[in-house]
Design a protein around this ligand. Structure first.
Ligand code: ADE
Ligand code: ZN
Length: 315
């Protein structure tokens, strides 16, 4: 099945072997990033963010990012993905300096063009990190607004959701909206319904995760009424302990309530998952088949941050 993926962090998609080979080239010590089997090693979400930062620390140049994007797009294409949206952060690419960000972007755009020739189209969602705070996010929003266009088509907030409120980032989201970018925000992963409501107040059309909206039936009804799309990452939620197992994951309940759910992998090597595996588990756990998978991919196309011609091609 041809798949659309809306929620994939570029650094979070880096295979451990890729990070190790760049670390070896640059002679960077990665103690604490991998376990003895060579997998990413972390204990909880804060520790995941530490491990993620550690792995990302080897990516230092535009060329490193171009190589990473090439590798990630190849892997996604092997999963049957024909269109993917990647969270990319100017924080990691030149510390949110606009001129440095343009250099990283130029390198990544070449990899994206090569991916398109190989059958996988992509777009970038520029992402501030909540644990760095809202003042810092303004620089990232300016990078996003100044480079909005062909590849950069979205703006979203990731990182530690327990740090402040989404609405603290209103200035940055307004700046991104004025530049014509699509808006999404991680919410309802680590904090409950009130966090999803705050994200909605930013004027987003999509929510990253959003699954804990299920705790408030009035909010679920509002998501349906406003045609909000959830970028759901079930394997990520289970690996990080948001839910204990697949049977308790609310994706099927949200879909049954009429919420536009889509399925993505978030940071697949960190969670030992792939998009195929996510689909297989959904089929096993909830009996999902062609009807449900076709529906979630239609919803993903409807919500994608791309132009109409691309959307028509994906349909
Ligand atoms: N960055 C990478 N993965 C993330 C997640 N699951 N939640 C918030 N920020 C992230
Ligand atoms: Zn995410």
């Amino acid at each position: 099945m041809k798949k659309i993926e809306l929620h994939l962090h570029l650094e979070g998609a880096a295979p451990p072997a890729f990070i190790r080979s760049i670390a070896a080239e640059k002679k960077i010590d990665l103690t604490g990033v991998f376990d003895e089997r060579g997998d990413y090693s972390y204990t909880d979400f804060d520790d995941f963010l530490r491990c993620y930062d550690g792995a990302t620390s080897v990516l230092k140049t535009p060329r490193d990012y171009a190589r990473l994007l090439t590798e990630v797009l190849e892997r996604s294409a092997e999963e049957g993905v024909i269109y993917t949206e990647l969270f990319v952060s100017p924080e990691f690419c030149g510390e949110a300096d606009l001129s440095a960000w343009r250099d990283y972007l130029a390198a990544m755009t070449e990899s994206a063009a090569a991916g398109r020739k190989n059958g996988i189209d992509s777009r970038a969602i520029v992402t501030p990190l909540r644990h760095l705070g809202h003042e810092r996010a303004k620089k990232t929003a300016i990078c996003a607004a100044e480079t909005a266009g062909e590849w950069v088509t979205g703006f979203g907030l990731a990182g530690q959701e327990t740090n402040g409120k989404a609405t603290d980032y209103m200035w940055s989201f307004d700046c991104a909206r004025e530049a014509g970018l699509g808006l999404t925000c991680h919410a309802g992963e680590w904090v409950g319904p009130e966090s999803v409501r705050q994200a909605l107040d930013l004027g987003v059309t999509r929510i990253g995760h959003g699954v804990r909206a299920v705790e408030d039936p009035a909010l679920v009804a509002e998501l349906v009424r406003r045609d909000i799309t959830l970028e759901v990452n079930p394997g990520s939620n289970i690996a990080l302990g948001v839910y204990p197992d697949w049977a308790s994951h609310p994706i099927a309940r949200l879909a049954d309530a009429g919420v536009r759910v889509t399925v993505s992998t978030d940071d697949p090597p960190f969670f030992h998952t792939t998009l195929r595996q996510e689909y297989d588990r959904l089929a096993e756990t909830f009996g999902w088949g062609d009807t449900e998978f076709t529906q979630i991919n239609r919803w993903a196309v409807d919500a994608a941050f791309c132009d109409k011609a691309t959307r028509d091609r994906l349909r």
